[in-house]
Design a protein around this ligand. Structure first.
Ligand code: NAD
Length: 476
């Protein structure tokens, strides 16, 4: 507990776990076994850079091994610490259980500000960190499979995969040691966008349930909803882009490290992203009001608030001031347990992190399966599917000719219908299905039990129940 009375990130996750577990009928010993983090490994290693040896500190935490491999991203940030990595690893356990990805929970971190290093230096550091973890089986296709998180992306993942392959030259499954690789290096189409895409699919599913929409004091569909996004990185950028270009949402505020920008008519997300890439922040973006204290923009009027940057940004200090009726936690742990209490009592609906950002691990699961099966999704059936569709189109064509002006095929029907699903379409379909089903499993608990008042508690209950069943199946 900090001096301000705010629990730490790990304590926050445990408090949320406890609230759910208290409503379940689990033996105390099993409850404790599920909650605790199995192991955290700390490594310090040196790398010679710019003529001197620099020492770095990294972590890999395994929260649960009820399924193996354990799965979870690697974060590069200057202030990564054990508490944070353990909290994130625990969330991974519950997240995987909720979306039925057969993994335990893990997470890693390296204390580093990647913006301070050149590309070739980051490669050296990543290789060395990977080496330290690989030689202890803390990266391994069967035991522990990392993925990108804050500060890391495709590049780091392909370096890790290459390092593993160099150290395990005869392992035919070597590529499955890490996910989030670029498609040309054993990755899968749609992984980069997956977490943001999952946020979009999660919101689409939420808006399919009018009762749930009404609980947030909202009505109608996603079209026209005003959205605030914090963090225009991988997750925030994709979520904001898809919601604004495909669902008709208006992104009215974007909060970044250097402040926030506001425009009531909504931003063109690609243009803001390009501006950030060029200028290093949002300050000075044309046709927008600049808000120096970016955190104040979290408190602006909107329909949907999407924190997609870091943990703890909605806390006991600002929770009362948050006006959004609906928050979707694209980041991990953006709402502290204390703020969660305040918001829940005020009737704010929170779509919780363990569900909201599970799109990343879901598509990582597809990538891992692809690597182990050594074949891309859709390769066997695509043309056969197209040939069958062709039969129907030929018949319709015949009808078209026969009926003359009385009936004709809509212009792009033929082209759309004929195209068999490639890898990207299949990945999106699998992700959409996963997000719908996981939401429905949470909402069923939320809607049917009168002692469950929020989606987070419901999500934890579904997840804990599944982890408990798998421990029981092992005889524990
Ligand atoms: P990222 O590094 O790509 O982007 C983070 C963005 O947030 C950057 O634009 C950064 O400038 C901004 N940011 C950082 N600190 C900020 C602050 N204090 N205020 C405002 N903006 C700030 O990271 P990401 O991969 O998009 O991850 C973001 C969150 O989503 C993290 O909580 C991460 O754990 C979670 N997440 C990521 C994935 C994934 O697939 N990448 C999957 C699940 C969850």
């Amino acid at each position: 507990m900090s001096s301000t009375g705010e629990p730490s990130f790990r304590q926050s996750v445990d408090l949320m776990f406890n609230r759910a577990a208290a409503l379940m009928d689990l033996p105390a010993g099993l409850e404790e076994k599920i909650r605790v983090c199995n192991a955290t490994y700390t490594v310090r290693f040196g790398v010679r850079l710019r003529g001197e040896i620099r020492t770095f500190t990294g972590y890999r935490s395994v929260h649960s091994e009820h399924f193996e491999p354990a799965k979870g991203g690697i974060r590069y940030a200057p202030n990564v610490h054990q508490d944070e990595v353990e909290a994130l690893a625990a969330l991974m356990t519950y997240k995987c259980a909720l979306v039925e990805a057969p993994f335990g929970g893990s997470k890693g971190g390296l204390c580093i500000d990647p913006r301070q290093f050149e590309e070739h230096e980051l490669e050296q550091i990543t290789r060395r960190f990977a080496y330290e973890l690989i030689k202890r089986d803390m990266i391994n296709p069967a035991q522990n499979v990392p993925a990108p998180d804050m500060g890391t992306g495709e590049k780091e993942m392909s370096i890790i995969a290459d390092q593993f392959a160099r150290m395990n030259t005869t392992d035919i499954n070597a590529k499955a040691c890490v996910t989030g690789k670029p498609p040309h290096a054993g990755g899968i189409q749609g992984r980069v966008e997956a977490t943001g895409r999952g946020v979009q699919y999660g919101l689409q599913e939420f808006f399919r349930h009018p009762d749930d929409v009404a609980s947030a004091n909202l009505s109608g569909k996603l079209d026209g909803k005003r959205v605030i996004v914090q963090g225009l990185g991988n997750v925030g950028y994709h979520a904001a882009k898809f919601l604004s270009t495909e669902d008709g949402c208006k992104v009215t505020h974007i909060i970044e490290r250097d402040g926030a920008i506001a425009n009531a008519s909504g931003f063109d997300i690609d243009s803001v992203r390009d501006y950030i890439a060029e200028h290093g922040g949002v300050k000075g973006y044309p046709d927008a009001e600049f808000i120096e204290d970016g955190l104040r923009a979290l408190e602006a009027e909107c329909d949907i608030l999407i924190p997609a940057a870091i943990e703890g940004v909605i806390n006991m200090h600002n929770a009362q001031a948050i006006k959004a009726p609906l928050i979707i936690e694209a980041a991990n742990g953006p709402v502290t347990a204390g703020a969660d209490d305040i918001l829940r009592n005020r009737g704010t609906v929170i779509i919780p992190d363990l569900y909201a950002n599970a799109g990343g691990v879901t598509v990582s699961y597809f990538e891992w399966v692809k690597n182990l099966s050594h074949i891309r999704f859709g390769r066997m059936q695509r043309r056969q599917e197209e040939a069958r569709h062709q039969l129907i189109v030929d018949e319709l064509q015949r009808l078209d000719e026969h009926l003359g002006d009385a009936w004709s095929m809509t212009p792009d029907f033929k082209q759309k219908y004929l195209r068999g699903a490639g890898e990207l379409e299949l990945v999106r379909s699998g992700l959409d299905d996963t997000m719908r089903i996981a939401y429905q499993s949470m909402r069923e608990v939320w809607r049917t039990r009168n002692d469950v008042h929020d989606l987070r508690t419901a999500g934890f209950m579904v997840a804990i129940g599944r982890v408990a069943s798998s421990y029981r199946a092992k005889g524990l």
